[in-house]
Design a binder for this molecule. Structure first.
Ligand code: FES
Ligand code: FES
Length: 220
């Protein structure tokens, strides 16, 4: 018996060899559905494991019950636990906006928030914007104006644009707004660019993104 197999508990090799469930565990830090979460403590690879927290997320008008490591971000729960892979991870640091979703109607970076903070919240992802076969007007406008190329930033851009229009509708000022107290916001190109500056597009589709948003905002 070699030194590794003499250790108590599962070894790193044993985890690696346990197939797809192990792959899921290593990718997410969590067991696949039906697998038992390890007892709180450090495993032999030095990974701190903790008991899962049960929570209910209302996503795109459907309730999901899920047990997650409390350190798991909302983005990772969406993508890795629930298979909603429309929301993208471009940086995982709040710098690119690819992970933007709507929580209770407001846009947030889902990589910067823990899933456990959203128990009971109403979350809208890119998968929930269309009504059946009818695209959301922002989705249709992005297509009509060629507002994307590779498409990786696009779910975040579209969710962000939807949230941004709501912010403007209720009079939230931006850095380029002339006054901070105007009851209404005129969505000029400068306003749209500023308000969308949290969403990076490597393909540089920015002019067409602005055109798409301007179209939906009725500012054409
Ligand atoms: S992945 Fe969230 S901001 Fe980049
Ligand atoms: S369309 Fe490729 S990053 Fe924006």
């Amino acid at each position: 018996m070699n030194e590794e197999s003499q250790k108590t508990g599962p070894t790193r090799r044993a985890v690696l060899e346990s197939g797809a469930a192990a792959g899921f565990f290593l990718a997410t830090g969590l067991p696949a559905t039906g697998q038992q979460m390890p007892t709180t403590g450090d495993d032999d690879a030095g990974i701190r494991v903790v008991d899962p927290v049960e929570l209910t997320l209302n996503i795109n008008l459907r309730n999901y019950s899920v047990g997650v490591d409390p350190r798991t971000t909302l983005l990772d729960v969406l993508r890795n636990h629930l298979g909603l892979t429309g929301s993208k991870k471009g940086c995982d640091h709040g710098q690119c906006g690819a992970c933007t979703v709507l929580v209770n109607g407001q846009r947030i970076n889902s990589c910067l928030t823990l899933a456990v903070m959203h128990d009971g919240d109403a979350i809208t992802t890119i998968e929930g914007l269309a009504k059946g076969a009818d695209l959301h007007p922002m989705q249709a406008a992005f297509i009509a104006h060629d507002g994307f190329q590779c498409g990786y930033c696009t779910p975040g851009q579209i969710c962000s644009a939807v949230g941004m229009l709501q912010e403007a509708a209720v009079g939230w000022p931006s850095h380029v707004s002339e006054t901070l107290s105007s009851p209404s916001v005129s969505l000029t190109d400068a306003e749209i660019r500023e308000r969308m500056s949290g969403n990076i597009c490597r393909c540089s589709a920015y002019p067409n993104i602005v055109a798409a948003i301007r179209d939906v905002a009725g500012e054409v």
